[in-house]
Design a protein around this ligand. Structure first.
Ligand SMILES: *Cc1c(COP(=O)(O)O)cnc(C)c1O
Length: 365
């Protein structure tokens, strides 16, 4: 027996589905290139596995948020030719590591541009970089006045920088009817016209579905690669994350009896209660208490009572099951979008919050 045979719950990550979702973006936005956005440990799916799987599918450009993620990704990919962009940019103390590991910072301010330009001068070579222009998100990137300054002085400010990408990020790319998309697109076009020519990128998972004007040279999907719906009510992607737990115990309770902490569920009839692993310690939101659903023995079963740290109560009155049976908490029958909506959050927070043993399969379904 392997250790995993004893596991009460685990997450299966379908690498084949990630590759198919990647190809869906290639077909959609080609000839624009598709980058793999694999920040937050590949949205909780494990960058050490997802990075190589995407590379094998033909992905040669990646984005991560943190320096340590970028260094780890360079290590697993080995191939120096693969482009790894760092969204956090180039704070002065990160500059030596960026250069040593052949990482490309996404420069977010004039100060970062100055530091990177100076580092290149010291290294007596030109250094690659992307520049992030803020077009309305008011998060990272050059704000309007810094853009104007750069536009007037780019010959000196970018003297030692090899500009490989000009990028911006949409606030509402998942909402096709939002007026912000158009506004940001036109601000981005204006910014591009002010700066030296370089490849450009605006769209993430949702924005890619806004059509050709949004594609430019590179699209940067994240959540869509991992099975999240890119736009509300839009195309659905292949399911990547399948979370299963096991029935730990079954018991019949009488009408009037309660289940779980604070007795928030009280049976209205004799009820078969299954106690199933896992609970909120593994990332099943506690807000799913008395709201969540699972899939067992071919039927949907409701959560009853509070989600506990390592287990959840479910009403199994309508299904035939035994201790040790497998229950799907997330996957083909209980979708990521459904779980996120019931929990009052989004698919991103659900995926990045999962903390349980991961199994990898090359399968796509
Ligand atoms: C996270 C992120 C993306 C990917 O967003 P998704 O909605 O997951 O596709 C793309 N670009 C930037 C700058 C991001 O921060």
């Amino acid at each position: 027996m392997r250790d995993s045979d004893f596991e009460a719950c685990h997450l299966t990550v379908r690498l084949g589905a990630i590759a198919e979702n990647f190809r869906t973006y290639q077909r959609l936005a080609g000839p624009a290139a598709v980058a793999g956005m694999i920040k937050a440990d590949a949205y909780g799916m494990g960058a050490d596995f997802v990075g190589p799987a995407l590379a094998a599918a033909g992905c040669d450009t990646f984005f991560v948020a943190r320096l340590e993620e970028a260094i780890a990704l360079r290590r697993v990919l080995q191939d120096r030719g693969t482009r790894i962009f760092l969204l956090d940019g180039a704070p002065p103390d990160a500059v030596p590591a960026l250069i040593a590991h052949h990482l490309t910072p996404v420069l977010n301010s004039l100060a970062e541009i100055a530091a990177w330009n100076a580092a290149a001068a010291t290294a007596r070579r030109s250094l690659d970089a992307a520049i992030h222009i803020d077009t309305g998100m008011n998060r990272l990137g050059l704000p309007g006045e810094e853009l104007s300054t750069l536009a007037g002085e780019w010959k000196t400010r970018l003297k030692n920088i090899n500009l490989v990408l000009l990028m911006s990020h949409l606030a509402s790319g998942d909402e096709p009817n939002s007026k912000m998309n158009d506004q940001q697109l036109s601000r981005f076009r204006t910014a591009l016209a002010m700066l030296p020519p370089a490849p450009a990128s605006l769209a993430a998972s949702g924005g890619s579905f806004l059509g050709k004007p949004y594609w430019f040279d590179l699209v940067r999907p994240g959540i869509g690669l991992f099975g999240g719906a890119p736009q509300e009510g839009g195309k659905s992607m292949k399911t990547v994350a399948v979370l299963t737990g096991r029935v730990l115990q079954l018991r019949r309770i009488d009408s009037g009896q309660s289940v779980g902490y604070a007795a928030t569920f009280r049976a209205k009839r004799p009820t078969m209660i299954a106690t199933v692993a896992p609970g909120y310690a593994a990332g099943i939101p506690r807000t799913l208490s008395n709201k969540g659903v699972a899939f067992a023995a071919g039927k949907r079963v409701p959560f009853v009572g509070r989600v506990s740290m390592d287990m959840i109560g479910m009403d199994f009155s309508d299904v035939t099951a035994k201790v040790g049976d497998t229950v799907e908490l997330l996957g083909d029958h209980v979708t990521l979008e459904e779980v996120a909506a019931l929990a009052g959050t989004n698919a991103y927070e659900i995926l990045t919050g999962l903390k349980l043993p991961r199994h990898y399969t090359d399968a796509a379904s």
